[in-house]
Structures are given as structure tokens and as C-alpha cells.
Ligand binder design. Sequence first.
Ligand SMILES: *[C@@H]1O[C@H](CO)[C@@H](O)[C@H](O)[C@H]1NC(C)=O
Ligand SMILES: *[C@@H]1O[C@H](CO)[C@@H](O)[C@H](O)[C@H]1NC(C)=O
Ligand SMILES: [Zn+2]
Length: 976
Amino acid sequence: MSNLFVFLGIVLLAHTHADHPLPYERDFPEVNFDFSVASRNAALYRLPQNVIPVEYDVYLDLYFDERTDRPYSYDGKVDIVIQAVEENVQQIVLHANVDTIHSVSLMRNNIPHPLNVANPVQIRPEYHFIIINLDEDLEVAVNYTLTIEYENEMNEGPMKRGIWRGWYIDDNGVERVYATTHFQPYNARQAFPCWDEPLFKAVFRLHISRPINYSGVFSNTGIEYIRLFENTRVQDNFFATPRMSSYLVTFLVSETFQVIAQDTTHNPPIRIIGRSNTVGMANRTLELTVKMTEFFDEYFEIPYSTLHPHLFNDHVSSPDWASAGTENWGMVSYRELYMITSPRETLMSVEHYSATLISHELAHKWFGNLITCYWWSNTWINEGFASYFGYIATNEVFGTYELDEHFNNRYLQTSLSFDSSVSTVPMNHEVNTPAEVTGHFGTISYSKAAAFLRMTVSMITKETFRKTCQYFLTDNAYEATNQTHLLNAFLKAISEDNTLSAYQHFNFTNYYNIWVNQPGYPILNVDIDHTTGDMSLSQERFFISSSATPTEQVTYPIPITYSTESSPTFGNLTPVYIMDVPNIVLTKNPGEEWVIFNNLQHGHYRVNYDERTWNLIADALYNNPNSTHYLNRAQIVDDVFALMRSGRMSYNFGFQILKFLRTEVNYHVWDPAISGYTWLRNRLRHLPEKQAEFDAFILSYLEHAIEYYGYETSSSESPTHTMTRQIILHFACQIGHEGCVRESRHRFVAYRNNQFVCAETDGSSSECVNDSTEIYSWVNIGVRRNVYVIGVKEGTDVDFEFMVNLANTTNYANDQLEMLRALGAAKDPLLLTRYLELTLTKFVRSHDKANSFTYALLGNQENANTVLQFVKNHIDEMRIAYVEDSPARPVHTCLSNLAAYLDGAGLQEYEAWLHSTQSDSAQYATAISAISSARANMQWGTTNADTVLAAARGGSTKVVMSLAMLLIMATLALVA
Ligand SMILES: *[C@@H]1O[C@H](CO)[C@@H](O)[C@H](O)[C@H]1NC(C)=O
Ligand SMILES: *[C@@H]1O[C@H](CO)[C@@H](O)[C@H](O)[C@H]1NC(C)=O
Ligand SMILES: [Zn+2]
């Protein structure tokens, strides 16, 4: 199941440069729960386990606009075969979150089992419980059938999940409505009463009736038989599903959705399903799906076709989807953005993400569907494996994306950043309430878990890991599992292969327990005596805040790898030692040389060195960068920014180490550098002159990379090359690189001139005459983001309207999203307000609304005040349009992001308005806390600006020299 974190620093980073602000299914903000106020009775949210469901027949009669009194609603009935698994059961408790329950009955062999006459049924809405009180105990291990009749409405749009309706425009320009489901993690109970926890696996049979013209119908399994009612309605009766968790049930009912690409040589056929006007546009998606299915078939040795006879392998491209994708068994659904792609219309970063997403969801067919985490406290067992395979398995098949390398910033560095806060939680972390469950679909369960698995693979070998997966899946197939089952599979495989024999005293159980059950991670302190070669290593937990202190001292078992100048073994990922003690001494050859720990940054830890060793590293990076591996240069950049922020390294010293960036062109190295610089420059926003000086410093470092990548793509360049250009130019344009701005604006105007006949409107306007007479029929996808953004930012209402019109006509979700980002950069308050008003309409799909709002803050620094006025005037409309009470909490996100961009006066105005008009609102506390974070960030900037700038000046002496040289040369040229 993204992207907008409560931690403001992270919000800004995620949005300023990340191209994949949607880590998979997680589309929720990173909520930081204050567990001290979490309900003392939190466990009351859990169902008792004395009764289990065996089999469901779910009857849903769907109505669109046929019933004028209740449009977009459904009548439902479930027959659930249940069994008591304990004696003395007098009460049946299950989930239901529907409008009205009409009847409840319980039968045994068609004979009613008596309910309590005085109090047969209780509804506990706060827990989504329906409680059925019985007059007589249930007999153990005997089948009873529980029947419940009810009615409910379809939610409007995807945000609230459950059964909801979305929309699309068909070939003929007609708007069509479709109904589908999104149940993960606790929303099946909105569709039908059920035991809505993953451990209650059962068989489901769906019976869906719908108007006859809604013939595009899909579900987990195939249709067994059809019944026709009154010539106007049809009931599709689907085959029983495998034994599975309730959140994996799904269907889609539409007028014109159809198979848009398929491979029928597989059993089941592999199909991509989408709206009719995307036929033929999913061939690349199909190729990914086919090849990854084949890969997993072979890797797990449990072929997809053997999972269940009636299970489909369908993949739905949904115009509306609350997350990036959701792994319902047999029918995965994705946001259309990631399914309908084209090399001409899809940014490489999105194409890249889409490859990892499809593979992630397919991996869930085994990890998540076949076996499932017992409860959401162990979400990491589903999400960690799917995230690991999403990169590592895809890399085996589609090597050109270099995903094993991109894993580092996508998962490892993301986790190191998030997991260094005081409030971080362990991978295995108790959650109870829906909000807590939602919050655990976060960085820890995805990124840390994936990084933990990869670190473990380096220790136990790929083959033993594969065997672990096979044991785990085979021994627990169709069951719910917990971390002990997984540990057992590891131990079995490790002991069979004897893969840890080189580490005599190492205890794998201990390693596993600590990493799974303890929060945080260590920093390895390295102190080298270069004369003797003795390397003293010590560890402690790493906190990003310099004032944080650990509550208890944890010794994390750390797999140690390292490279030296005389032995640069970067590719060797097998640990030389597993350090499960606080201190040890390792020895290398005597002699002064650089030493870098954590080869290719495969271990989940940071490293700090003694000053001498840092200087040796800095020298190598500066004078002979290619003697090091770029993934370790990336690691050093990531670690140095964290060390500076945590007060373990001075800015002066850190910036000396980072001086090598001025000749760097590698993606992996620049990505954490852009994050680190962005974090700093965001704290100088209220000091425009200082920020300008800092920007000039960053730009001088970017210059070489900008020149290296240029503005034209070549058909032979690698995906990573294209992505590097994208992040470099977007960042450069954003901080005002003159060449980038000029070139981007030029391209925009040339494109607009092709699409837009100036003479027809006002041929004399300056937009038509001055800018360019060139005509481009296409904006190169490699530079499209900055061309669009700068085009609108530096343009006028003509450019704005041009972009609005294009956004209304493009058939590509990605192109449309880039246009929204561009419109948010409009500087003119009237245009920006118009853009924000458009976010309240269908112009922006509900899943894009919070991001679109944030684009208005990101696009141009001066926009925040206009956004504030918009919020003050439209807060009530925002609450409705953005769906404030959806799990993603989009309005919380928006109000919190706004604070991060306001200046001092703006914050005061914002705070006063919140105090006087919003103190009863759901977002009040979040917004107030965002204001104090924003003030703290400013305060940090005010306190540290001179230190940071002095460090920057120190780090850039060489660059200043060369600029001066250029000036002299230019002068000489003039004279000649
Ligand atoms: C209970 O119902 C299930 C599902 O219909 C069936 O497979 C099973 O045989 C039944 N058990 C008993 C004891 O009747
Ligand atoms: C390994 O560690 C676990 C707990 O972390 C402990 O229970 C077990 O006894 C240890 N095994 C050995 C052989 O020391
Ligand atoms: Zn997932």
C-alpha cells in the first residue's frame, strides 16, 4: 500500500527530487503514533479467535444510477460457514462496517440455532464489530452457517477503499463509471461482514449481480455460471478462491473495461485489463508480467499455475487507485500511471518504478497471498520480501534497469534516514487500531525489511536464501505465518547448506531476533592505526538528533566488509566477520591507505572514521575517484550528510570530503547529495541572500554534471543515464541554473508554438513573437519535467492555458501528472489560485489531489502565501474534495506541508487563523505541530547558516578559482 511524511524534513526531500513518491501500495503519510495516548484497550480492536470462518458465499447486488432513491449502492448477503474451535462459545464476533444490517441468522444443518432473545445482535461501530449472542453454546468443529443481510453505498472515488466507484472517458468521449474494490488492509468489512484479519483464511465465492450492460466483469477467479434476471440484470457466479485472507478478495464491474494485452500461452493466461481506449498500450507491461511470472515460477519452484485451478493472473490498470498497486490474488490492481506506459510519454523514473512495482505485486502472489503475515505487526513479512524481489528479481530478468544498484537509495538509504529518529519502531511492532495498522505500512515494513533481507542474503548466500524461501512457502502454504515460521525456514536452510560455518561463534537466531525486534540500527566507528594496521571497531545506535539518547543499549550483529587502497574488494559482499559484540579489532596490512567499510553499502549501518582515515578517503575521492566504487561514494555522501546533521562531523570537514562531487556524474552518488543539499537549503529559505549564496555553491558543483548530460537524450543511453539527467536538470532548474531555465523555457515555447496558433488569439502578444520561432512537435521525455515546469513558471497565462488544455486531452496519466506539477509552478497568484481551484474539481483525480496541492508549494518558493490564502478561503471544499477522512489523511498532509513553506509572517498568519477558526478540526494538532517544526527548521537555519556557508566556501575554493580563470579568459578573448 506514501509519500507524505509527518516529518517535514522528509516531506520536503520526498517531494523535491524523488520521482517515486509512492512506495508501492503504501499511499499513507508516515504517521508517528504517540503510543502513550493510544487506547489502553487497543487489543480490543482484535477479534477473538474462538470461532473461525471456513467458507463464504458473498452475494452483492450492485446498482449504479438505476435506483434513483439510492444511486451507487448495493444490497448484500453473506452465508458464512463457521466453526467453533473452543468449548463454551456463546458469542460470535466478526467485522462489519456497512450502513445497515437487515437480518442475522445462524443455522446448523438447515435448523436454526437460537440467538439470545433479549439481545441477539450488538453493533460496536468503534471497533467495526458485529456481535451475535447465542442462547446455546456452539458445538466444537461442527459447521454452522451464519447469514447476514445488509445494504451499503459505494464510496465515491478510491480514497476510502471498500467498494467504490471510479470514472473514465471512453472512446466516444462519454464519461463512464465503474465499481471496484480495495480492501487492504481492513476494508473488506465495508463490503461484507467478515473476519477481517489476515489470519482468518477462508474460501470465498462471489455472486455479483449488475446491470446487463456492465459486461466488463473481473474477479480473483473465473466465472462458473451466469444467471439472467428480468432481462436487465445478470448475476456472475465466480469459482471459489483458494483459501486466503479477506483483504485479497476483489472484483471490477464496468461497461467497457477489457483485456488490453494478453499472453494466452500461459496457464492461466496472463492478461492486462484496462479501459477500452488503452488497447495495445500495455505491451511492455505484459512483457514484464510474463517474464516475472516465469522467473518466480522457477525461483520458488511452486509454479503460479499450481496455486489453484481457478485462479486468474490478471493485472488491472485502474484510472483511479488510492495506492500504486494492490496485490489481490488473481487480480492485481494498479494505478493506470504505472501500467500504460510509452517510451515517448513516460518518464524513465516512472518506467523504472513501474518495473519494480509489477514485480513487487507478482512476488506477493507467493509472499503475501500463498503465505500471509499472521497479523499486521508483521507486515514486513509480506512487504519486505515483495520489495526485495521487486528489485532483486527484476534485476535478474531486466538487467538494463540496474535495479540492484538502485536498491541502495530506494530502500537502504531511505531506511537509514527514517530509522534514525527517536520514535522509529522495530519491523515487528505491535499495532492494533486501524490507524496503527495503516501507519505500519511504512518505511520500516518496506525499506528496512527489504534492506535487512539483502544484508542477510550476503551472509547466507543467494542459494541458501532461495532455499529458505522455498521452505517457508512450502511449509506454510495457504496459512498465516509469523516471524518464527520464517526464522525456522532460515535455520533449516542454513543448517542444511552449512553456510555460516565460517563464523564460528555467530548465532543466527540472535542476529535475526535483534534486527527484527529492535528499533534502529548501528553506526560503526572505525579507528585505524595505519602503522600497525590495527582497525578498532566499535558500535552504538545511530540517532540523527544529536541530543537523543538510547533507552537501552543494543548490540546489533553487523556483517563487516571493507575495501582498502591496496585491496579494493568492493564486489566482495561476504562478511569477513560478523560483529556481534560492542568492540573488536581487525587487522589489515600496515601502511597508510584509504579504507572504506560496508562494501557497496549492502549492510544496514553507517560508518564513521578517525580523522586521518577520512582524509585519506577524501584524497582518493578527489584525486582518483575511480579507485573507489560509485556505490561506496554514494554511501559516503549519504553517511557524511547524516554525520554532519547528527553533530558527529563538522560541516567544514564534511564539505571537504564532498568536494569530489564537482566532477561526479554518477546517479547513485548525486541522489543522496541532492537530498542532503535540499535538506540544508530548505532551512535557509527565510534568509534569501544566504540561500542564494548556498545555491550558487551547489550550482558550481552541478555544472560539470549538467554539461555532461546535456539536454538531448540518445537512443543508446542507459535508463540510469536518462534518470540522472532528469534529477540533475530538475534540481538545477529548480534552484535557478540559468542555462537550464533558458533551455527549458525555449523548448517549451517551441512546443507551444507548434500546438498553438498565435495568430488566432492575439498574434501581437509577446508570447508569440519574442520567445522563439522554432517549432517542436514533441518535448523530449528525458527533459520534459523541467521543460513543463519552467515553461509555466517563467510563462504567462497563455502558457498556463496551453498546459491546462493539454492536460485535458492527453491519454497518458504520466504526461498529465507532469502537467499538474508544471501548473503548480505558476507564479502569478491569480493563475496559481486557479490551479488550486482546479484541484477541487475532476481536473485532478482524487489520488493526485494532495500531491497536486504540494506541487503549488514546490514549484516556486514565493507561492506559499497564495496557497495560504487559498486554504483560508477553501478549507471546507478541500475537506470534501480531497476526502479528509480517508486513511491517507490528505488534508493533514496538505496543511502540514503548507507550514513547511511559509515564511515567519506567513506562519503567524497561518497560526492565528488555525487558532481562531480551526481548533476543533481533525487537522488542528497536526498543523500546529507542523508550524513548530517549521519554526525549528528556520531557527536551525538562522543558527547554522554562517557555519554551513563558511564550509561551502572552504569546499569550493577550487571552483571559485576556475570561474575566475574563465572570467580572465573571457576578458582576454574580448581584447583580442
Ligand atoms: C464444513 O464445511 C466445509 C466447507 O463447506 C466442508 O468442506 C467440510 O467438509 C464441512 N465439515 C463438516 C464437519 O461438515
Ligand atoms: C542463540 O541466541 C538465542 C536468542 O537470541 C538463544 O536463545 C540461543 O540459546 C542461542 N544459541 C546458542 C547456541 O547459543
Ligand atoms: Zn506490497
